[in-house]
Write a protein that binds this ligand. Sequence first.
Ligand SMILES: O=C(CO)COP(=O)(O)O
Length: 255
Amino acid sequence: MGEPLIAGNWKMFKTVGEAVDFVRELAYRVSGLHGVEMVVCPPFTALAAVSGLLRDLGAGIAVGAQNMYWENEGAYTGEVAPGMLKEIGCRYVILGHSERRQYFGETDVMVNKKVHAALAHDLMPIVCVGERLEERESGTTEAVVRKQVEGSLAGLSAVQAAKLVVAYEPVWAIGTGRTASASDAQQVNEFIRGLLRSLFGEVAAQAVRIQYGGSVKPGNAAELMAQPDIDGALVGGASLEVDSFTDIIKNAVAG
Ligand SMILES: O=C(CO)COP(=O)(O)O
């Protein structure tokens, strides 16, 4: 596998001022670091400022949005279009996060439309999938993940699929401090790789980066990244502090 892809999902945290201060410090701390790809995903309001600053600093840290709508423009109050994200320098966009699914009613059909729209605008989707606690306990993890992967990625060509990032985020591990064990996470990531192989072929399946997310911390990053099918991390809470996010990035390289 190539370099791990470590992305910070800031969710609904940080003002523009806080975001700018954070990335200035982060860029300083990780300058000269090789062997890892870094992304920060601030809220919409801070995207342009963060993106502009990182470009000016030449920091080698990419920017992603946390959501978008699938239409190019129109009367969709409150939504943000793919081209608008592209214009301000976003390279990635998180799609179908479990919080979007749970609180804002996003379905696989909607995520699928967003994935197609993102790729059409040369944005790299980070497509989130993962089971809830009751689903894991009832033994339906693989069935749930299969349905999300097949639904979210329907209609893509192998060439398009190869550009994807998939984040396996078990809902019970998000913000709970309860990380999936490295072997449990590896098992599901390997299952996802197999699904991608059957849908898009071997070349695309190997090209997709499959992250793990859910209570990733400095102390567990290396072990998670050492798994053969874990190609990166989508970090929530621990990406909000420069110390912990920097340590995760450095430990991921070591892993
Ligand atoms: O949802 C997540 C990243 O998208 C994970 O959040 P935590 O790292 O806070 O568990």
